[in-house]
Write a protein of this length. Structure first.
Length: 439
């Protein structure tokens, strides 16, 4: 899950000169400035958050500021957001960086923040902080952050939020997986019947959180994982996976990722679903980009250029290996928080990559519709296709003046990594408060 908070403000001149990035290793020449470093959030506990700021390509003083936060839980906004999704550069197998022609800094000043401490290069000297952090996903903590900003007496000039593939309501979002698996041909009719009658995904997750996985749910989950195949990426069911020669490293990463999602399931179940890393070049999509980013950010010269340091860990990880989350918070819905933001007049965009089976667009669409119904918002833009070039970029619907839903056709859970052009067009339209194009 990912999130953007959009602010309108004058460009700050207070960024420390020491945080200015002269040049990243392997970086092509650029005209915009970059900064990175640490923001101390708790001096007593020596807790600091790492940021990476990318100035807009043109007219940065008049462009909005966008704060980007990745979810996961516990995944890096610098690694996932900046280097895999929509930052100005992407690592290559040759240890160089190439320009991303669809970088979001074409439209805004981008601030990537690794949060909470324990994610990416962010750290806490008091490592007891890493145990059972409460705020685990952007679908949860970002709407709450936006609400806190609105309620505060400080003028942040917050203009809107965009939430990508968010977990908004436990039962709706998780049970949408069942039909998504079946409708995309990933599971058999008989297994789908078991999911709908014996143990659906929300029941499985609830049992996993409490550490009481029943034999019935264990059996259904085992069958689902066998049919899904470990060669399918659940975050992009139509995409290829990275056939890396370093399978042992991938296996470690995949086990970490799965345990972050279902930490209480037995080792036997964990072995069934290695959730292979999705990133070999598939058309213009580098499906090994995640692995290349991990290698790049673990280079000492790169860390020096970024003014980054490793504290309490020996390597930089795409998703945190030290944080422990209170998974019971996933059951707390945040749909009412999003509803309050819409009611306050804040522009809210909820978007989905339509090839993501983890938080399928079908569940998200029904929840956005529920928000509109609760607020008695009229449909101002009926459900329709929107175009990117001469191709369908996705579908959209707008309610009232400030609630929008959109899908990005052919996109994964991290939409800009697989459909960069369409994602940039959606981002630009949201910033400019313009309807998505029909021609």
């Amino acid at each position: 899950m990912a999130i953007a908070l959009i602010f309108l403000c004058s460009r700050t001149e207070s960024l420390l000169g020491a945080d200015r990035i002269v040049r990243l290793p392997g970086q092509p020449p650029v005209s915009f400035q970059q900064f990175s470093g640490y923001i101390t959030v708790d001096e007593k506990q020596h807790r600091s958050l790492f940021y990476y700021f990318v100035e807009a390509e043109t007219s940065p003083a008049s462009k909005p500021l966008v704060l980007w936060l990745n979810g996961g839980p516990g995944c890096s906004s610098v690694g996932a957001g900046a280097f895999v999704e929509h930052g100005p550069f992407r690592p290559t197998t040759g240890n160089n960086l190439i320009r991303n022609e669809y970088s979001w800094n074409k439209e805004a000043n981008m601030l990537y923040l690794e949060s909470p401490a324990g994610v990416g290069f962010s750290y806490s000297a008091n490592q007891t902080f890493y145990s059972y952090v409460n705020d685990e996903m952007t679908g949860h903590y970002v709407p709450q952050l936006a609400r806190l900003i609105i309620r505060s007496k400080v003028n942040f000039n917050l203009k809107g939020i965009a939430i990508g593939n968010p977990l908004l309501e436990f039962n709706t979002d998780l049970n949408a997986q069942d039909h998504f698996y079946w409708s995309h041909g990933l599971i058999s009719d008989s297994t789908y019947q078991l999911l709908t009658s014996v143990c659906n995904n929300s029941k499985l997750m609830r049992e996993a959180i409490t550490g009481t996985v029943s034999s019935a749910c264990f059996g259904v989950y085992t069958l689902v994982q066998k049919e899904l195949s470990e060669s399918i990426d659940p975050y992009d069911v139509t995409g290829d996976i990275c056939l890396s020669s370093n399978q042992s490293q991938l296996k470690i990463f995949n086990q970490q990722l799965l345990r972050s999602r279902l930490p209480y399931l037995s080792p036997q179940v964990l072995e069934l679903d290695s959730v292979k890393q999705k990133q070999q070049v598939m058309g213009k999509v580098d499906v090994c980009l995640q692995e290349e980013t991990t290698k790049y950010l673990n280079r000492k010269d790169v860390q020096m250029a970024l003014h980054a340091r490793l504290v309490g860990v020996t390597n930089w990880h795409f998703c945190s290996v030290v944080l422990e989350y209170d998974r019971s918070n996933e059951e707390r819905p945040t749909i009412h928080v999003v509803r309050s933001l819409v009611k306050s007049g804040l522009a809210v965009l909820v978007y989905s990559g339509d090839q993501d089976s983890v938080i399928p667009f079908t569940g998200t669409r029904s929840l956005v519709s529920k928000i509109a119904k609760d607020l008695r918002l009229k449909t101002t833009v009926p459900y329709r296709a929107w175009l990117s070039g001469n191709q369908v970029g996705g579908w959209t619907q707008v309610y009232g003046d400030n609630l929008s839903f959109a899908t990005i056709r052919g996109a994964s859970h991290t939409a800009p990594s697989t459909q960069p052009k369409r994602s940039l067009l959606l981002f630009k339209a949201f910033l400019e408060k313009k309807p998505l194009p029909t021609a």
